[in-house]
Design a binder for this molecule. Structure first.
Ligand code: ADP
Length: 503
């Protein structure tokens, strides 16, 4: 029974899936950046507008200031100084203009005593004697924005004006800037009202563009979803845009090529294994059937059993080698590295191979230094050299020669096995390290190889961090060269001349 704890999580509902999607996040970041740009533009525009409006208000107040200086005289009346306005009282325009100038106006003497203040100025709050004295001491013009009791903004200019005896007085005039503030605030509100509309539009456009941008990714996912072992040939067509997505498609397609190749290889391998196992099995079955039907004497039975045993051996050999090879390729075969004398190891193997070489009437020679110590797995290196030697002897017709040599070069050692045998045709050379590969019709009739030896040799060389090279010419012979890193223990007796000993 299923408990809630091990219940499989079902697919997410659409409203939960959308915010996790790339499309949503792309559109969201688009809106986010658009909002930032919109806010930036708004701030810059508002600032520019505010500065322009302020400059305009200042210029107007500057004109007013010049006009006041033209119309106003400070004269002695009795024992006190008084402001006197000179203008044509019969000219209604001029009278109106001067009245407007006097609407927000204050005049004080150097001690801070107020000589005249308009009611308009009173609503901004009269200036203290300290402010007045400070302005007069500094002598510079001061601009301020002041608010009336009702919160209406005024631009005020403080400065000094001289009387007829050139004594300085404090004067300030003001002008409402309600219009400027109004323009600024209506700009702000209209912009803020427009912003949501722009943001929604940008979200719609972003959503649309994100869909277009992700279309190839969806196509990729869809194709990947349709691929199964039976249609590994499916590929996603390139868009020709030469962009990152085309790059992704190309990478995906080439990954599919590699997967396909390795699937083909593994299918081929299964077919080869079945074939290799079936052949000796059929042969065993045939021999046993024939024996059952035809053998009469113990001698005949014995011979039939012996023949069958040979095939059983071959089967066992195939299974053992395959097992080792698959262990090796799966990384389960760990190298047992130790310092070994490669020279002695090859010398012993060459001695062992003298018997089969003699039987095949092939002369086997070795050219080895006295000693060559490297760090390697003894069992695997023995397997490597035996495979190369047995191939060389096997594929060299009677009268031929096989030579083995060993040389140390810097931190590398090089084993060379050269024969004067049948050679390998050029077109087969790239395949000889593949499992079960055998050059057609190359096996001497007596001995049929498994086609696994060189795959193993190749793995052993790679596992030791080495390299292998083959040169071959049909009818002339082959030369296998294996380079192995010497490891920490290299001590080839390089100085001694290489001893040539027919082993
Ligand atoms: P096999 O057990 O058949 O020898 P290998 O994997 O050792 O399998 O070799 C693969 C094939 O490479 C052989 O079938 C043979 O055709 C070819 N080959 C290997 N070594 C030699 C050689 N020294 N001379 C000629 N052909 C060779």
């Amino acid at each position: 029974m299923k408990t809630p704890a091990n219940k499989e999580p079902g697919p997410l509902p659409a409203w939960k899936r959308i915010p996790r999607g790339l499309r949503f996040r792309l559109a969201l970041s688009y809106v986010f950046f658009f909002a930032l740009i919109l806010a930036g533009i708004g701030v810059v525009f508002r600032q520019t507008l505010a500065t322009t409006l302020q400059d305009h208000a200042r210029a107007m107040l500057e004109e007013d200031w010049a006009a006041v200086r033209a119309y106003l005289r400070i004269e002695r009346r009795g024992n006190r100084m008084e402001p006197v306005w000179y203008y044509d009282k019969n000219d209604p325009d001029e009278a109106f203009f001067v009245e407007r100038l006097k609407r927000v106006f204050i005049l004080a003497d150097a001690e801070g005593r107020i000589l005249e203040i308009s009611t308009g100025y009173l609503s901004l709050g009269p200036e203290t004697p300290e402010t007045i004295r400070k302005v007069m001491d500094e002598g510079a013009d001061v601009w301020k924005v002041r608010l009336t009791g009702h919160g209406l903004p005024y631009l005020v200019r403080f400065g000094t004006i001289l009387d007829e005896r050139r004594r300085p007085y404090f004067m300030a005039i003001g002008r409402p800037i309600t219009d400027s503030a109004g323009i600024l605030s209506s700009f702000t509100w209209e912009y803020l009202a427009l912003a949501p509309f722009l943001l929604v539009s940008s979200a719609v456009i972003g959503w649309f563009f994100a869909r277009r941008a992700l279309q190839p990714v969806n196509a990729l996912a869809e194709t990947a979803g349709r691929i199964s072992a039976s249609n590994m040939n499916l590929r996603i067509p390139q868009r020709g845009a030469e962009d990152e997505l085309d790059n992704l498609i190309a990478t995906f397609n080439s990954m599919m090529d590699r997967l396909n190749a390795s699937l083909q290889q593994s299918r081929q391998f299964s077919a080869d294994v079945s074939h290799e196992i079936r052949t000796p099995l059929t042969s065993i079955r045939g021999q046993l059937e024939v024996a059952l039907l035809t053998c009469q004497t113990a001698e005949q039975y014995r011979e039939a059993i012996l023949n069958s045993l040979q095939d059983v051996d071959r089967l066992a050999q195939i299974v053992k080698t395959l097992l080792l090879l698959s262990q090796a390729e799966a990384g389960h075969l760990v190298l047992q590295k130790a310092a070994i004398d490669l020279s002695a190891l090859i010398r012993d193997l060459v001695a062992e191979f003298q018997i089969p070489a003699e039987e095949a009437r092939v002369s086997l020679h070795a050219n080895l230094p006295d000693e060559c110590v490297i760090e390697a797995d003894r069992v695997q290196i023995e397997r490597l050299v035996s495979n190369l030697l047995s191939n060389a002897v096997k594929y060299t017709p009677a009268g031929g020669t096989v030579r083995v040599s060993l040389q140390g070069r810097d931190r590398w050692v090089e084993i060379e096995v050269a024969d004067t045998g049948i050679g390998i045709p050029k077109n087969y050379l790239p395949h000889i390290f593949e499992r079960f590969f055998r050059v057609p019709n190359s096996d001497p009739t007596s001995e049929r190889g498994l086609g696994l030896g060189l795959s193993f040799v190749n793995w052993i060389v790679k596992a030791h961090g080495g390299r292998i090279n083959v040169e071959s010419e049909v009818g002339k012979g082959s030369r296998f060269t294996v380079g192995l890193p010497a490891g920490a223990h290299q001590s080839t007796s390089d100085t001694a001349p290489l001893a040539t000993r027919p082993a």
